[in-house]
Design a protein. Structure first.
Length: 312
């Protein structure tokens, strides 16, 4: 297939917007409504893109459309182009008014409870006009959003990024992980409490695709134990803390998370191999906006203040 020149002026910005909308809504009709276009105009515009590329981007079906292999590839690049254009507009606006701007942060369990709120509060004291958007999800879900420009950074446990090109990481501190339960938990009355004793109780664990879950399961394997069978899988810090506080569930939480709730406390069962490296994951090769640079500066300062807790 001959090379396709997309810079000859035939491909328009509206084409990219439409293709992404069709992928997001799964229907040309719904995409047209979202963009406030007439369906014939949307259909014609989509046909223009497909004619230009010489391939079919979407497979039509009775319930809508699904991207073909060509469509998936093109939508990925279209998202990146649109995200970069939005960022360009944001950056120009920020440069014109250094007091304003937006920073969008993906957050994970570690770092979200103490580090990130402190850094956001410090940033807002410094620059009240900056809007901070925080989105919580697993690292696997957030990494693609960071790569395509929807996020400025991810704050939390540093997950391996071996196969993810275009990312870099900054370590801020190492935080121990503790097994925790409510203060009146019956396990606290057992003498010589060990990990195997805790299998008698329900657990709340991170999702299977998280690095912490894999490390915890390795701890059980190292001691010749099966992982908990009575469990809830959850990454919401609010839900985890409520379940631990109000039931006999056991959880593995970063030390700072456990330390900020007076009704839960660590159990005398060590998790020595499990230590969270908390930091920031950033796009490699894409410059940070002025607001994102300020956010990173405040994260570094607050992390330095927290580091002393783990060195005592």
């Amino acid at each position: 297939m001959r090379p396709i020149d997309l810079l000859n002026g035939r491909l328009k910005l509206r084409h990219l917007v439409l293709v992404v909308a069709v992928a997001d809504h799964g229907s040309v009709l719904r995409a047209a409504r979202h963009l406030r276009l007439a369906q014939p105009a949307a259909t014609r515009s989509l046909r223009e893109v497909e004619d230009l590329l010489g391939v079919e981007l979407f497979a039509r079906g009775p319930r809508g459309v699904t991207p073909t292999v060509y469509g998936e590839a093109f939508v990925e690049h279209a998202r990146t182009v649109l995200a970069e254009l939005r960022r360009a507009g944001d950056r120009i606006a920020e440069l014109a008014d250094a007091r304003a701007g937006t920073v969008t942060i993906g957050t994970l369990l570690a770092g979200s409870n103490v580090l990130l709120p402190r850094a956001i509060a410090a940033l807002k004291r410094d620059r009240p006009g900056i809007t901070v958007i925080v989105r919580e999800a697993t690292f696997d879900a957030q990494a693609p959003r960071l790569l395509d420009g929807e996020l400025d950074m991810i704050v939390g446990r540093l997950n391996p990024i071996g196969d993810l090109r275009g990312l870099r990481q900054i370590t801020l501190y190492g935080e121990p992980v503790r097994l925790v339960a409510r203060r009146g938990h019956p396990a606290r009355r057992r003498r010589g409490l060990a990990l195997r004793d805790l299998l008698d109780y329900p657990w709340v664990l991170p999702l299977e695709q998280t690095a912490l879950r894999r490390e915890l399961e390795q701890v059980f394997r190292d001691q010749g134990l099966p992982p908990p069978s009575d469990l809830v899988e959850c990454t919401s810090i609010l839900t985890v803390r409520t379940l631990v506080r109000d039931t006999d569930m056991i959880a593995a939480l970063p030390e700072l998370v456990a330390a900020t709730d007076r009704e839960i406390a660590p159990l005398p069962v060590p998790l020595e191999p499990v230590r969270r490296q908390v930091g920031v994951t950033l796009p490699d090769g894409r410059p940070l906006t002025p607001s994102a640079r300020l956010m990173l500066d405040h994260l570094r300062r607050e992390a330095a203040a927290l580091t002393g807790r783990f060195e005592r």
